[in-house]
Design a protein around this ligand. Sequence first.
Ligand code: UDX
Length: 452
Amino acid sequence: MQQTRQRHRVVLLPLPLQGHINPMLQLANILHSHGFSITIILHTSFPSPNPSNYPHFTFLSFPDGLSQSEASTTDLLSLILLLNLRCINPFRDCLVRLISDAEEEDPVACLISDAILHFAGPVADCRKLSRLVLRTGGVSSYAAFAAFPTLFEKGYFPVQDSRLEEPISELPPLRVKDLPVIKTSNFDSYYQFLTDMVRQNKASSGLIFNSFEELEQPALATLCPDFHIPIFPIGPFHRYFPASSSSLLTHDETSIPWLKTQAPKSVLYVSIGSIAAMDEKEFLEAAWGLANSKQPFLWVVRPGSVRGRKWLESLPNGFIEMLGGRGHIVNWAPQQDVLAHPAVGAFWTHNGWNSTLESICEGVPMICMPRFTDQLVNARYVSHVWGVGVQLENGLERGDIERAIRGLMVEKEGKEIRERMLHLKEKVNLCVMQGGSSHESLQRLISHISSF
Ligand code: UDX
């Protein structure tokens, strides 16, 4: 612990969604372990992590101006637009109070805000507070977001069904169908949001990524000439602080005991993260694909993730009994512990960035089923650049699913993928060690914050 820095307070503003809160709190832990005091700013209308898991942090909340129904919408784009509009004034008031209260004994060094909450940029600038940005997703998908104006000029948007397989020469190896878009009737708003986000991120004092150089060097090289600010790829964050105590949902306690009853590398872990959903037909195809594969599986079915249904009621009568204990279905799992368990042999994922990175860290090969935005880019990189997974390219169909599972986990064809994944896992272990690329970037980040 470096006492001289103890008086530097870092204020962190996460986007109030699970996939963003986890890495922001992990980053807060990393900075705290290097002597910084930490304040986390939470939104009042959203579920928040349990502050008692973080007695070493100060938590503040501000009224974000969203109603409960606005905050719980499943329309991600409208949620993000609303947050960037409504939070400006209340966040400014919160920041003014915080700076003046802290000034005497514990001055604020800087704000670190989620890249998506770009409204925080001008607010911090007005208070003359240095601001860094945390992009919780990968660098490759961010490079694709940053290229939207060029792609727009070249006529790729709005995406046309007839061009889905076309390669994008400006962003190899992406095809049109891998572009990080979201289903919306309001593409103009999405485009405007992304260009505002990238502009405000570029105007910050530095951009932090939960990624590492060895994984995303080409994307980092693409970004650097265009971003005249320091870039800090210091991930994977959870390598520094493995236990995740920032879950917004209660972790099921039967997952690990069940895994203990299974053979090494035999279990397929299945999860589509904290936001994505599927319709009933897709859910049933997934269920039959899993059952027919004959592999044991641990399946997270988040309540509400099957559209129009509460939980498992769409499964045919007798389905679970038919599995004879080969399948275990839970609401929400302790994912990092699950992926680290020796019984887990593969991960069928939506490729949210945290899930992708957590899988890489544990050397678990993936079956990719991206749903929207950065997930589409991540899946393409997993399957075609890093070669550590296969992608379900044609929607959800039980025969394809069964073949993908057996191909990856049992058949010879999956052997090379499994080996590449173990090789990549070794690189992760090295990058966070003394002299490793992320370790070095973290030292740069600490000096940078200490210079404010
Ligand atoms: C969202 C976006 O959908 C994604 O595109 C973006 O990259 C990050 O934010 P999300 O659905 O939350 O992603 O998935 P992901 O990024 O994978 O994060 C989910 C987090 O929840 C992970 O840290 C994972 O460990 C955790 N988790 C997931 C659990 O603890 N238990 C579970 O059962 C499932």
